[in-house]
Design a protein. Structure first.
Length: 110
């Protein structure tokens, strides 16, 4: 299972051909085989289909941080915690300054 957090201006960006290598979509985080994380995020729908993009904000990042603090990653570390904290702080800035063209989306597939 691969899990990503992407930055994009909107959902439509992921429908464009070649979106992964475009300038408008940026990979912000990546996890490998971290089912414990995904299974413990309350914002993932029960009927999630592999490859769906779920918009997340500071609230979801807070939850991701809490889960990451109690579930080691595939490599047995907690290395994603500082990255998630930095990303949360950045998103809080976007939300406070009402930045409209930057949004985060989580996606995982198997």
């Amino acid at each position: 299972m691969d899990c990503y957090i992407f930055e994009a201006p909107n959902h439509r960006a992921f429908k464009e051909e070649g979106w992964y290598s475009s300038d408008i979509v940026k990979e912000r985080m990546y996890w490998r085989k971290n089912w414990d994380m995904v299974r413990n995020w309350s914002f993932i729908p029960k009927n999630y289909e592999s490859g769906e993009f779920i918009r997340i904000g500071s609230k979801e990042l807070e939850e991701m941080i809490r889960v990451a603090c109690t579930h080691r990653d595939y490599f047995g570390t907690y290395d994603s915690v500082p990255q998630l904290c930095e990303l949360r702080d950045e998103v809080l800035g976007w939300e406070q300054n009402e930045v409209k063209d930057k949004k985060l989306f989580v996606e995982f597939d198997w």
